[in-house]
Design a binder for this molecule. Structure first.
Ligand SMILES: Nc1ncnc2c1ncn2[C@@H]1O[C@H](COP(=O)(O)OP(=O)(O)OP(=O)(O)O)[C@@H](O)[C@H]1O
Length: 309
């Protein structure tokens, strides 16, 4: 891939669990991220997302394998202001104002963005004179975000950036993130809100038990991993389970619901070859895909993606 921003090869991170047994929190991850990609990192609690992010940022050393950012070490990229990160942890000084917090960190950068620009992009202008301790959890996340964009980084890494934000604040946050993305930045974000990944990410990487379970374009992941549902009232002589492409059937009253990964073909067949009425099609959601791939089939691979490893 040209303009590779992140390249992880055979990445493993081992820890000791409570009983002193060694386990791999990240267990052989190969990932390549190209310039301008917007990637949603999904996975259940403890899947290894934060550990993976920590290695990409050079905060944790891999037990084995390599990770390179912009062709060099994470430390080099950070020293050059090319990576900005919003992490789950990360202390803010409670008694400083928002403005002073940003000003202080800006002083450590070679070419920080103007203070007003940063306040505006993080939607903090109206809170600039408030003390950090008086800011809500979601507002404090926006302060962390402001600090992350100070160096105008080429790569933004966001570990659950909207945790603690209500629905409105999350919406506003992702709107401002669209502005960041439109300037060609590479964005990698971990989230538990599948809808955020579905709406914002172009590519989804799902992690389970330290491994990449799925890696592909968001639409493909949804379409391949989560079948659609076609529902209709069928004439008595039509046997749903023998219709083309039907994977499973459920019946509720006079309505039959069929799951399929060929919803267009099935709908066409029902409408042209049978007397089916009241037909509806609903697309499978990324949430269905996520549950199917991380719960039932932890080792499932996703065929149909160039990125599958
Ligand atoms: N420093 C550490 N020492 C021991 N175990 C650790 C350490 N850091 C993480 N772990 C364990 O490694 C596994 C992966 O943790 P990690 O925080 O990377 O998961 P995650 O996918 O980010 O989870 P969440 O969605 O809950 O944030 C977990 O079992 C966690 O308990």
């Amino acid at each position: 891939m040209n303009n590779t921003v992140i390249e992880a090869q055979g990445l493993i991170k081992s820890f000791k669990d409570g009983s002193g047994r060694t386990f791999n929190a990240v267990d052989g991850v190969n990932v390549e991220v190209g310039s301008g990609e917007i990637i949603g990192l999904l996975g259940p609690n403890g899947a290894g997302k934060s550990t993976l992010i920590d290695m990409v940022l050079g905060l944790t050393k891999p037990s084995s394998g390599t990770v390179r950012t912009f062709g060099g070490t994470p430390h080099q990229a950070i020293a050059h202001g090319r990576i900005g990160a919003v992490l789950q942890t990360g202390g803010l000084l409670p008694n400083l104002t928002v403005r002073d917090t940003i000003r202080m960190i800006a002083a450590t950068h070679r070419n920080p963005l103007p203070l007003d620009t940063v306040l505006d992009q993080a939607d903090l202008t109206h809170l600039a004179d408030r003390k950090v301790v008086k800011c809500s959890g979601g507002e404090q996340q926006r302060i962390r975000f402001a600090l992350a964009i100070l160096s105008s980084p080429d790569l933004l890494i966001l570990d659950e950036p909207t945790s603690g934000m209500d629905a409105n604040a999350r919406h506003t946050f992702w709107e401002s993130m669209k502005t960041q993305a439109s300037s060609g930045r590479t964005i990698v974000f971990a989230t538990h809100y599948i809808e955020e990944a579905q709406n914002f990410a172009q590519r989804i990487i799902m992690v389970g038990n330290g491994r990449v379970v799925v890696d592909g374009p968001t639409d493909d992941v949804r379409a391949h991993a989560a079948p659609s549902q076609v529902s209709a009232v069928l004439p008595d002589d039509v046997e749903a389970s023998s219709l083309p492409g039907v994977q499973s059937v459920s019946i509720d009253g006079d309505r039959t619901t069929m799951t399929t990964d060929q919803s267009d073909e099935l709908a066409r067949h029902l409408l042209t070859r049978t007397g089916a009425t009241g037909l509806t099609i609903s697309a499978g959601s990324l949430e269905d895909a996520f549950l199917a791939l991380t719960t039932d089939r932890p080792e499932a691979s996703f065929a149909g993606s160039d990125h599958t490893h």
